[in-house]
Design a binder for this molecule. Structure first.
Ligand SMILES: [Fe+2]
Ligand SMILES: [Fe+2]
Length: 163
């Protein structure tokens, strides 16, 4: 049976991955309204990825016989002052996720839940990749600034890439 404190943390993380999915779908809607379909599809794909992260944790908890509860989601931010602002919001969110994974890892290690720390290794690696990708794209958006031509050019590049 999974340690209760660890189960609680993992359950919270499932809900937080669902929130990330929600937030990225909201950012996709913003980019769509800004006529930046490439960035919109990038965030739509990433929204699906976050849902897959929730499912990964769900499957793990299920295997360990832990009770999973799905909670109400906070409303995501819907208005952004610029494409750079939207990218920065996403990058900052990834940093929060990394901190949350570190916290669960510490609690699991303390509880000697080594199956959980082993499973979380995937999430630690994933966060290194994600922070790098989001930081890089944020930087590119910042470099494009408010220039429509630069933004459309970056949009075309990001649209041809997978999240
Ligand atoms: Fe995630
Ligand atoms: Fe993520």
């Amino acid at each position: 049976m999974l340690n209760a404190k660890v189960a609680e943390k993992l359950n919270a993380q499932i809900n937080s991955e669902l929130f990330a999915s929600h937030l990225y779908f909201s950012i996709a809607a913003y980019f769509s309204s800004r006529d930046l379909p490439g960035m919109s599809s990038w965030f739509q794909a990433h929204s699906v990825e976050e849902h897959e992260h929730a499912k990964k944790l769900f499957d793990f908890m299920q295997k360990r016989g832990a009770r999973i509860t799905i909670t109400e989601l906070e409303a995501p931010k819907t208005e952004f002052t610029s494409p750079t602002d939207a990218w920065e919001t996403a990058y900052n969110h990834e940093k929060l996720v990394t901190a949350a994974i570190h916290d669960i890892f510490e609690v699991a290690a303390e509880a000697k839940e080594y199956g959980t720390t082993a499973m979380l290794q995937w999430f630690l690696d994933e966060q290194v990749e994600e922070e790098d990708t989001f930081r890089r794209n944020f930087m590119l958006a910042k470099a494009a600034g408010d220039d429509e031509w630069n933004l459309q050019d970056l949009d075309a590049r990001l649209g041809s890439r997978n999240a």
